[in-house]
Design a protein around this ligand. Structure first.
Ligand SMILES: [Fe+2]
Length: 291
């Protein structure tokens, strides 16, 4: 980020303009796409219902007509190569379990989708040295994901939020943030968007937060496939089958200073990481500098 900016300013300066897309209920879509018993499992995630404090949530986009979960800035604290894990708690703070489903535009659940979460700790600090409160996982065969974490602390200039990148195998990366209903700073945070509110309910212990993602990809047409079996070094196993167009390759561990070619251009590695599909050099300027 620009050194003259605060973290909040850096996040705001890169924020996506709010669009006027229509809001409709995912429940309707789920009823079209899923067998009845599963509809009930998906319904609590986000369907315009009220939270315990009486706030009505915006409904999840209706996947059938091309709407999708909106993107937001990744902010200054994203760090690639997070550990593969679904529990990022450290014994402090209030437990929070975030869960939901990943859908494609055709309302089919997407298995093997990569979900990479990062957030502030209980005191509102990001760990940019190690990987506290960072972790990635893959959606299950039914498209479901579940993260066990804590309610993130507040830091100056922002309301309470959790960052996430979501990517269907071989698809584009959705970078966005999830929010908490009833937070006083929601009214003053210019990045906040009510379409990204989780449905937060009392948990046992702590809280639960439900949110379904609708990605800008077509989901499987023959039902969920088997999820990936590999860890964080290789990413989803069902990526593009076409050649990347250079020496860059997903699954390769790159060090600072390594050079690759992609799409006829040369790039030098800025941050050591293990490449995954979706982090190609042209789309990851934080990782690769064109030379
Ligand atoms: Fe943040």
């Amino acid at each position: 980020m620009d050194d003259s900016q605060t973290p909040a300013q850096a996040e705001e300066s890169a924020a996506e303009p709010r669009s006027g897309m229509s809001r409709k209920t995912l429940l309707k879509a789920a009823m079209v796409a899923l067998p009845a018993p599963i509809v009930m499992a998906a319904a609590p995630a986000f369907s315009g219902e009220k939270t315990p404090n009486g706030q009505t949530l915006d409904p999840t986009p209706l996947c059938q007509d091309g709407d999708r979960t909106i993107s937001q800035t990744e902010g200054p604290y994203f760090k690639p190569n997070s550990p593969l894990r679904s529990n990022i708690t450290d014994g402090q703070g209030t437990k929070l379990v975030i869960s939901g489903y990943v859908f494609g535009r055709n309302c089919q659940r997407i298995s093997g989708a990569l979900l990479d979460f990062w957030q502030a700790d209980n005191a509102g600090n990001y760990d940019n040295v190690t990987y506290r409160f960072r972790g990635h996982m893959f959606s299950g065969p039914d498209g479901r994901y579940e993260l066990t974490t804590i309610i993130p602390g507040l830091y100056p200039g922002r309301t309470r939020h959790v960052h996430v990148k979501v990517q269907a195998p071989g698809g584009p990366i959705l970078t966005t943030q999830l929010y908490f209903p009833g937070e006083p700073r929601n009214a003053t945070d210019t990045i906040f968007d009510s379409r990204l509110l989780m449905n937060v309910q009392p948990g046992n212990p702590g809280k639960t937060g439900a949110f379904d993602f609708v990605l800008s990809v077509n989901g499987p047409t023959t039902g969920p496939t088997t999820g990936p079996t590999t860890g964080p070094t290789t990413g989803p196993t069902t990526g593009p089958t076409t050649a990347p167009g250079g020496t860059w390759q997903a699954g390769t561990s790159y060090r600072v200073g390594d050079t690759v070619t992609y799409g006829g251009a040369s790039y030098v590695c800025q941050i050591a990481h293990t490449a995954i599909v979706g982090w190609e050099p042209p789309s990851t300027p934080a990782l690769w500098r064109r030379v």
